[in-house]
Design a protein around this ligand. Structure first.
Ligand code: G6P
Length: 376
């Protein structure tokens, strides 16, 4: 068993450490560093169709849904097409507006999740085209979709998804670049820059994983907490949701993810001197949208402190402003705004892992949960 786990104590930890490779393999061969051009796997959706879609919908469950929500920010920003994100289990119950100019993207690690298969079938019946982002070649979802972008994360055993999630975000990013280029939104100079940034990502993840002392100390300090709050804004909001999901799945601690700006409409009432509040507030220098988001979220940190909450901030290396007002800081390498979530989630996966281990939980097989849910 130890051998299967490659010397790691749990599959989940092994899979967290496989992320540099999962990301590298998912990018590999799909984008040219010279031209920035993206090459998708062959599919039954033509370039002409991709140009004509006027709407993208995304359906997925659990962690894959969080990747989808991050994908919305990527696709809207890079390809300027409106994107809606649904839980697969809700998709069929709202009489969704779909036609042949709608692309539905279904995201699934296993390719066997019943609700997501149902969403796919519903969309096809209504003449939409379906693109799958999936980690298992030959799974039901890859067989029924009009095309698939395979994530090359390799088999994922731990019930709590980690490397599949980061690979899904990479696949969505590649797809957003592809669509943006086809639609003339992204110039070739920009495309080359994106290719370069994608290529640098695995090294940054390795760097993150090379020193996890800080996260282990935090786990030691907070593993007895009964509740956690995770906050983020913009593309960091899905990371807040995913950070909270990891913690509740494997440590059984109640955790909620919230958009930072919504605090004043309810969750502020929860803050007291015992509540750890994890705030993801990364920053891309020189990117105005990112700076604005950073400043607003910085104010949210100050507000939590004013109410005596305990702030654990995930910040870009070298950040001073938010660092000064936080109780604890986890630093991640600098990255472009749309790629930083792929880094920011990693310490949160590790935090959940180390807390769960300290609580004596069955990390790889949490109670009441299954790796893939094949009933609706
Ligand atoms: C289950 C798993 C989650 C996963 C979700 C969706 O709940 O425990 O880790 O995110 O299903 O699975 P899928 O295979 O469709 O991504």
């Amino acid at each position: 068993i130890m051998a299967e786990k490659g010397g790691f104590k749990h599959f989940m930890l092994k899979e967290i450490y496989e992320q540099p490779r999962a990301v590298r393999d998912t990018v590999q061969g799909r984008i040219s560093l010279d031209t920035g051009r993206v090459y998708l796997d062959p599919m039954n959706i033509t370039e002409g169709e991709f140009r004509r879609f006027d709407r993208v919908m995304i359906a997925a469950c659990g962690t894959s849904w969080h990747a989808g929500l991050a994908g919305k920010y990527m696709i809207e920003q890079l390809a300027r097409v409106p994107v809606e994100v649904d839980y697969s289990s809700e998709f069929r119950y709202r009489n969704p507006v779909l036609d042949e100019r709608t692309l539905l993207i279904v995201i699934s690690q296993s390719g066997e999740t019943a609700d997501t298969i149902a969403a796919l079938r519903e969309a096809k019946e209504r003449d939409a085209r379906v693109l799958a982002i999936c980690n298992v070649q030959g799974s039901m979802i890859t067989r029924e979709a009009d095309g698939t972008i395979l994530t090359h994360a390799g088999p994922e055993i731990g019930v709590a998804s980690t490397k599949a999630f980061t690979a899904q975000m990479v696949a969505l990013y590649l797809f957003a670049l592809y669509l943006g280029q086809l639609r003339g939104i992204i110039s070739s100079d920009e495309a080359r820059r994106h290719a370069q940034q994608l290529a640098e990502l695995p090294v940054k993840i390795e760097h993150l994983l090379s020193d996890t002392d800080r996260v282990e100390e935090l786990a030691k300090e907070f593993f007895r907490a009964t509740d956690f709050l995770y906050l983020g804004r913009g593309i960091n909001f899905p990371i807040a949701l995913e950070g909270a999901l990891k913690l509740k799945e494997i440590s059984y601690i109640h955790a909620e993810g919230y958009p930072a700006g919504e605090m004043k409409h309810g969750p502020n009432a929860l803050i007291d001197e015992r509540l750890p509040v994890v705030v993801i507030n990364t920053r891309e220098q020189g990117n105005r949208a990112s700076e604005l988001r950073y400043e607003k979220t910085h104010s949210n940190i100050v507000e939590v402190k004013a109410r005596e909450g305990i702030v654990i901030s995930v910040l870009t290396e070298g950040d001073e402003m938010s660092s000064k007002v936080s109780d604890h800081v986890i630093e991640i390498p600098a990255a472009s705004d749309l790629l930083s979530p792929i880094l920011a989630i990693i310490p949160l996966q590790l935090l959940a892992y180390h807390i769960a281990v300290r609580r004596g939980c069955d990390v790889d097989q949490p109670r009441n949960l299954a790796k893939s849910v094949t009933v609706e």
